[in-house]
Design a protein around this ligand. Structure first.
Ligand SMILES: Nc1ncnc2c1ncn2[C@@H]1O[C@H](COP(=O)(O)OP(=O)(O)O)[C@@H](O)[C@H]1O
Ligand SMILES: Cc1cn([C@H]2C[C@H](O)[C@@H](COP(=O)(O)O)O2)c(=O)[nH]c1=O
Length: 216
């Protein structure tokens, strides 16, 4: 039976790498995938992984009908044996419904990849719909780690390493810490709740308040 599968996790846990591996293994057996992506860091119409692999993808636009796109593609003689949708958190709930229809009415497997929650630990609407509709939700097994060594379960947005909690839900970025730019850091829940990033924990450790008293 074809399935809608949601592969999810934090940022930087290997979702796009897995998407590219699924694509590689199927295309090595002569199958052809339809690859959708949206707002990949590598640019428009790309699906990229931090391991350096990248492939072309159909850039999904606002309001684009993904079911209609596949029906047009197939009726014009195009081929699609399965569907991959990366950065699926950025898709609208209606587009997730369309992907579910691709599974049910076109009998194609759909593999969707995305982060579940945003920098405020709120569900992205696309991810929420995926959790509601998917036949299977798979949490990636390669654990991203918090600076404390615990499994990272949350995504923090940072400026210069300091966690921010205000701002637009969607800001494309990477797990980097340049002083003025928006970046991201994965944290365990405890440190996300306390807004403690690697940089602020280092600063706290160096603070005179916590240095041992010297006898003068
Ligand atoms: N230099 C590296 N050497 C080995 N593995 C790396 C390296 N850089 C990144 N990775 C792996 O790639 C993962 C990120 O993969 P990616 O597919 O880009 O993640 P996601 O799509 O979930 O954000 C990291 O968690 C790490 O396991
Ligand atoms: C937490 C969070 C992330 N984003 C953006 C940042 C990246 O461009 C993508 C996630 O990509 P990845 O391949 O999983 O690393 O999402 C965002 O827009 N808003 C957020 O709250």
């Amino acid at each position: 039976m074809p399935e809608l599968v949601f592969f999810c996790g934090t940022m930087d846990c290997g979702k796009s790498t897995l998407a590219l591996q699924i694509e590689h293994n199927r295309s090595a057996r002569g199958l052809q995938g339809m690859i959708f992506s949206r707002d990949d860091r590598a640019g428009e119409g790309k699906l990229s992984s931090r391991l350096g692999l990248v492939t072309d993808a159909v850039e999904v636009g606002d309001g684009q009908d993904l079911y209609g796109y596949l029906v047009d593609h197939l009726s014009q003689g195009g081929r699609a044996d399965y569907v991959i949708a990366d950065e699926a958190q950025f898709l609208a709930p209606e587009q997730i419904d369309q992907l579910a229809r691709v599974v049910d009415d076109l009998s194609l497997d759909v593999y969707a990849f995305g982060i579940t929650t945003d920098f405020r630990s709120k569900l992205f609407p696309g991810s929420q719909r995926l959790v509601e509709l998917a036949d299977r939700v798979e949490v990636l097994q390669v654990e991203a780690l918090c600076w404390c060594g615990a499994r990272a379960t949350h995504n923090a947005r940072t400026i210069g390493g300091v966690m921010v909690v205000e701002g637009a839900q969607v800001v494309v970025g990477d797990v980097t810490h340049s002083p003025d730019e928006v970046g991201y850091e994965v944290l365990c829940r405890r440190h996300h709740r306390r807004r403690m990033t690697a940089a602020t924990s280092r600063a706290a450790a160096l603070s005179p308040d916590v240095l041992p008293m010297t006898s003068a």
